[in-house]
Design a protein around this ligand. Sequence first.
Ligand code: FAD
Length: 609
Amino acid sequence: MIWSSLWASFALLIHPVLAVNFPFEEIQLTAADIAVNRDVDFGNATLTTKYSGTTCKAFPGSPDWPPEDEWTALNETIDGVLLKPLPVASACYAGQAYDAARCRYLISPMSGLRRAYLDDPLAVLTQWPQGATCLASLKSQGNCTQGGFPVYVAKVTTVKHIQAAVNFARNRNIRLVIKNTGHDFGGRSVGAGSLSIWTHYLKSFEFLPSYTLGNYTGMAVRFGSGLETQELFNYMALHNITVVAAGPGTVGANGGWFGYGGHGNLASYYGLGSDQGLSLEVVTADGRLVTADPFTNPDLFYALRGGGAGTFGIVTSVVMKAYPPIYTIAQSVNFALGSEVFWRGISLYYEFSKKIAEAGGIAFSYIYPLGNKSFSFTGSNTFPGMTAAQVSDFMQPLYTDLNSIGINITNPTFLFPTLFGSRRGQSGESPSNTRYRSRFFPSANWDDANLWNRTVAAIRLAVEEGGYTFHGNSHVATADVAGWPGRDSAVNPAWRKSIMHAMLVGEQPLGMSPSEAEAEQNRVQQYMDVWRQLTPSSGSYMNEGDPEEPNWQQSFYGANYPKLLAIKQARDPWGLFWAATTVGSEVWEVKTEDGYPGSQNGRLCRAAD
Ligand SMILES: Cc1cc2nc3c(=O)[nH]c(=O)nc-3n(C[C@H](O)[C@H](O)[C@H](O)COP(=O)(O)OP(=O)(O)OC[C@H]3O[C@@H](n4cnc5c(N)ncnc54)[C@H](O)[C@@H]3O)c2cc1C
């Protein structure tokens, strides 16, 4: 008996794989693999001083770009999962890949429904950062080129594939990209001249009815980092549980959503996505698979929850809290008017949205400019754990106030509870070029009448004069709501004090010249500057923020930035994981051919000191 328990402890020491979540994580890179291919050898962060390599990452055509046979050797090490794909829209261009039927399919609305883009190794949903060098159109002209899309993609299904690709990229000075669903609005899942690690097929899932870690005892789930939100919902339905998740089903259930916090309909009730994290498995820049939890690699555990995806390592799986089934009630407030009364109604709604958030709900809203000084407003409010009668009573004071100023809408009484963890199916998504700018509006702006009036006036200015759509998401994801261990994480501190995540939504039309893009950026910044002045020392949500956010270190990370930078430098002295506005990214820049601001279509080089 004594011997068997001693042996078990010893086995744990020599076989860290015993602690992993899934069998795909037990398949790891071995000494035998490295003996055959030295390019995939592990790194040692403690022996490496802060990045001191060449000026630029290798690029196709540069002398240090690995020759074909070395890519072939990598492909052999990773069991043949290395792809060299053409952009999905190459079907629309003259040449080998031309396929008129496929091109028609790509531009039909069905392509989104049928997942043509989500299941593609290169495609991302926001096109402009890629350089728009290969767009699906029946009237395509010129050539389809790779532009900002990666050159190679490792379609990984085991940890060994990830480790070998990470080591190869680090040892051969190749730009590395991580793509999950490609939802990122700022071009963080593309990059010219890169090797991409595509986590899409890491879809393992397990429900843990009883899980204990530190102060937490309760239900949990663990799943691979390629799982989509809709797939997580399907598992919630199967096991009759609740897991905090994004609203739209196609967003990654972990990935960038979790890495930067991640909000959803339960944000005020159970906290953010990253607040649910109990443990993660992660391949770090040296190629090793490690566990990150409150007691093991706590620096990584802190950073990976809110302080950055694509920055500190590649998450292979996560353990998140799970809760009993919960019902939510959705309730709408909509009106459209062309007068001062509209803006008085807006003020009343947003003032009231604080109450909705503090009652555990979220208020999700849009203001659309319709032209001729008329506007429409849609507010969709979600209340977890309340009955229809409670919601109706709760909302009545807002209706009374709106009616009193002449907005004659009726408090709906036919409200039906919906099980949060319901089946979602599996839909797709089509690319667009929506561009978001974000600001957290703190509680202080609600507390002072004068500041409140100026806040509403600033929203109005951006919509009325600027012509932008306003998108508000009121929720309170405070440290108290986050609980343990969520409250001790790298989530933007501004979020903890925020009542509303406020966004300006515009389009970045394809075909804009670099100077037009810059002019548009300057234009929108005038309105954002007014918001910033009214919310000093607040911040912005990186996932729905501007990849060209001024002073982004403060906006996206606040006071956490120095600590996060120290973790980045210790864990990744090579600067291997890079994406725009991620921690430590300021030491690199993309050298674009055309100078298009924010484009990923260029070689990654050291930034000028
Ligand atoms: C249609 C749509 C709806 C959205 N709805 C919401 C919402 O309800 N709530 C919300 O908070 N946000 C929402 N977002 C924003 C969303 O959270 C971000 O786009 C997020 O980055 C998506 O993460 P992803 O992994 O799915 O996408 P990707 O673009 O594949 O990845 C995003 C970033 O995460 C990194 N990354 C991905 N996987 C890993 C991994 N395993 N390890 C390390 N790094 C990784 C990538 O390198 C990249 O930098 C929405 C976006 C879209 C387009």
